[in-house]
Write a protein that binds this ligand. Structure first.
Ligand SMILES: *Cc1c(COP(=O)(O)O)cnc(C)c1O
Length: 366
């Protein structure tokens, strides 16, 4: 059909006019290190169990799935530990959907969402989709966020919701439990800690889940997309007071988690240890990136995630394109003089570092 209409011809909601959708390039290249996926495929033995669960579930897809995804909530509570039960758990098709449901329940027209820029690009997009006002708050030097700075931004802007990304994307920088507790104490609103990369923190680092007791407005979101190597299955989740999950039931679509999604996730969670076996490897490659990028003359930022943001790039567009020409896709996140790269397998990480090394000294074209 010939395309006769453009977006400008449609009666779009005012707050969506002129906006652009989320659009990380999806290119088929040999080395894709651009969207922080776990680049290790899931182990064969786990894949077989997932297939067996799917094969069983397919026999009942004529019926709607368990609307309360009870088995999945129990498995996620067990995975998180810390005394959580299924009543504390919510899940949806990726943590992006979880965050959208949070904004549908607690944001909306006349309400505002504070985040600390630069931060995850979906936050402002989810805000406009729910007609919530997005407030980009400030960070400290080197993209860190101290309790004092966070609290002063909360006090200055008086938001209804605060999103704290821990560790932060796209900078990789960690966030202390002190900052989270201070933000919670400074607001009457809902505080969401997005722990999409929590599993990549140093072993023994406590999760914001440990702050939940006595804090009924604190929500901790997680995803199976990153450490769990499950990005294509779309499973994100959240831990909070049971009253929060009741609020989310008001806005979710009935049966939002398909029977196949639930079956696949339950099988994967039964193999958490194998699914997470590559996390140590990935942390090792991340630390290697920080060391080698500095050796090449760039300025990598501290990272507790599975990616590294590095400065000292004379022309990010040009470096991005030069790597792409060699089949290596990384990410220009729009921060002047910076690029972001995901820690891949040892081989992928080597290919990236060698190609970057061939481009010449940091900051000099050529
Ligand atoms: C990748 C990412 C997510 C996860 O998205 P899913 O919808 O679960 O795939 C959430 N938050 C941040 C900060 C991320 O980088």
């Amino acid at each position: 059909m010939e395309r006769v209409t453009s977006l400008e011809d449609l009666p779009l909601r005012t707050n969506l006019q002129g906006l652009t959708p989320y659009g990380a390039p999806q290119l088929h290249v040999p080395v894709a290190l651009n969207v922080n996926e776990n680049t290790h495929p899931i182990p064969d033995a786990v894949a077989r169990d997932i297939l067996a669960n799917l094969a069983e579930a397919i026999h009942s897809v004529n019926r709607y799935p368990d609307r309360e995804f009870t088995a999945l909530r129990e498995a996620l509570a067990l995975y998180l530990g810390e005394g959580l039960t299924a009543d504390n758990i919510w899940a949806a098709n990726g943590s992006n959907e979880v965050l959208q449901q949070v904004l549908q329940a607690f944001g909306g027209p006349g309400r505002s969402l504070l985040g600390f820029a630069p931060t995850y690009s979906m936050y402002s997009i989810l805000a406009s989709g729910t007609d919530t006002t997005w407030i980009p708050g400030a960070r400290d030097a080197d993209f860190e966020l101290s309790p004092a700075t966070a609290v002063s931004e909360v006090t200055r802007t008086n938001p209804d919701i605060v999103f704290l990304c821990s560790p932060n994307n796209p900078t990789g920088t960690p966030l202390s439990l002190e900052t989270i507790a201070a933000v919670y104490a400074a607001t009457d609103g809902v505080v969401v800690v997005d722990e999409a990369y929590a599993e990549f923190a140093p072993a023994g680092t406590p999760s914001a889940v440990t702050l939940l007791p006595g804090r009924e407005r604190l929500l901790v979101s997680r995803t199976m997309s990153k450490a769990f190597a499950f990005a294509g299955a779309r499973v994100g989740y959240l831990a909070a007071d049971p009253a929060v999950t009741d609020a989310l039931r008001l806005v979710r679509l009935p049966y939002h988690l398909s029977a196949l999604t639930q079956a696949a996730a339950n099988a994967a969670l039964a193999h958490s240890a194998e699914m997470l076996a590559m996390v140590d490897d990935i942390r090792g490659q991340r630390d290697r990136l920080v060391v080698e990028l500095a050796r090449l003359g760039y300025s990598p930022h501290r990272s507790w995630s599975n990616f590294v943001l590095f400065g000292g790039v004379a022309d990010p567009r040009e470096t991005f394109e030069a790597l792409l020409a060699e089949g290596i896709l990384i990410r220009d996140v729009g921060i002047a003089g910076h690029l972001r790269v995901t820690a891949g397998t040892e081989n992928e990480t080597s290919q990236f570092l060698e190609a970057l090394g061939r481009l010449g000294r940091a900051g000099t074209p050529g």
